[in-house]
Each structure stands twice: as C-alpha cells, then as structure tokens.
Design a protein around this ligand. Sequence first.
Ligand code: HEC
Length: 187
Amino acid sequence: MKNLNFLFAGLFFTIALPFGGLLLSSQIQLGSLSRAPAEEGGPLFPAREPGLAIQGRAVYLELGCVACHTQQVRPAGQGSDIARGWGSRPSVARDYVLQPQVLLGDRRLGPDLANFGARAKSDDDIHAMLRDPHSAGYSLQKPDFAYLYVLSADGKKATPTERAVALVAYLKSLRQDYASPEAKLKQ
Ligand code: HEC
C-alpha cells in the first residue's frame, strides 16, 4: 500500500511538473509584454481600438470571418505574405496584447487581414465588397453579407445596419504598420 501511494505521487509529479513548466515558461516569455512606442518618446502601439471597432470584433466573430481569414503576417523567409502586400513586417506577439480574443485563424481562403486597415479604401468600398463582392470585382469564393444592409423600396440604395458599420470600423482598425521592438518595418 505504501508503494502504491509512492507510485501515484510519482505519476502525479511526472505529469504536473512538465505541464507547470510549459505554463510558466510562456508566462515568463510573454506574460509581461506590453505596448511599446515605435520611436523613443512616441505614442504607444498597438493603439487602443475605438469602441465601435470593439463592437465590430463581435460581429466578425459571430459571422465566422475567422474561418477564411487569418490575422498573422509570416516573416519573409516563411511565406510570401509580405511580398503579397499583406503586411510591411511580420506579426509579433506584442501586436495582440490588447486583444481579448486573438483571431489568428488557421485557414486562408481569403487574404490575411492583420494589416487590412492600412490598405483599406473608403468605407463605401468596404461596404460594397461586403454587400455584393462579385459586383465589386471579387471572386466567387467570397461570400456576400447582403443581410447586413437594408435596401430602399426601389432597390437602388443600400443602407448599412449598425452591425455593418461596426464591422467596417473593426476592419479599418486592423493595423500592424508601426515598428515594434521585435520587428522593424520593411524599408
Ligand atoms: C468562405 C470564405 C470567406 C468568408 C467566410 C469570408 N471571406 Fe472575406 N474573402 C474571402 C476571399 C476568397 C477573399 C478574396 C476575394 C478576391 O480577392 O477575389 C476575401 C476578401 C476579403 C477582404 C478583402 C481583403 C483585401 O486584402 O482586399 C476583406 C476585407 C474580407 N474578405 C472581409 C471579410 C469579413 C469581414 C468576413 C466576415 C463577415 C469575411 N471576409 C468572410 C473569403 C471569405
């Protein structure tokens, strides 16, 4: 009986110690990361999201955009993300310190959106792309989100709902176009 207790204690520590080590090592590496200025004395990045963008993040989650879009730009040697213009530098852990849910994603049917705000055109263009992507020149793989818009009686004018407005504010807030201590901008 005495040996059995010893065996269970041994088993417990064999599992608990490496598991605790895993948790602790990531806490030591990343737990104290905070915002940093792009240049000495400058404003801190990542910038805080406006309230509307925070609402838009919930819409993005609800509609499952993360199933087709990632938000992580890979370094130049590990893929063509930067060459494709998806970012001007690789994403680093610090970029996500303010985000309550990190929507990195793991499948790319569409472009990476980590730095979409920096290349976004006008609000009207983004609404047109969400409402009717095929007429806006996007491929058939891009689903439409026409139910986020209310059509006028004659069918000519589409007014964005509150969810569409918040979603566009969120998409425009996605920016990784500032230098970070871990990643300089592409020259
Ligand atoms: C079924 C997969 C799929 C889903 C779900 C999806 N998208 Fe897309 N998205 C695409 C594809 C594919 C493209 C690229 C189309 C093209 O370039 O012709 C795209 C393009 C985009 C672009 C333009 C990116 C750029 O660099 O120009 C934005 C912004 C975008 N999607 C936002 C969203 C949002 C917001 C949602 C959720 C409401 C969403 N997408 C859901 C597949 C998807």
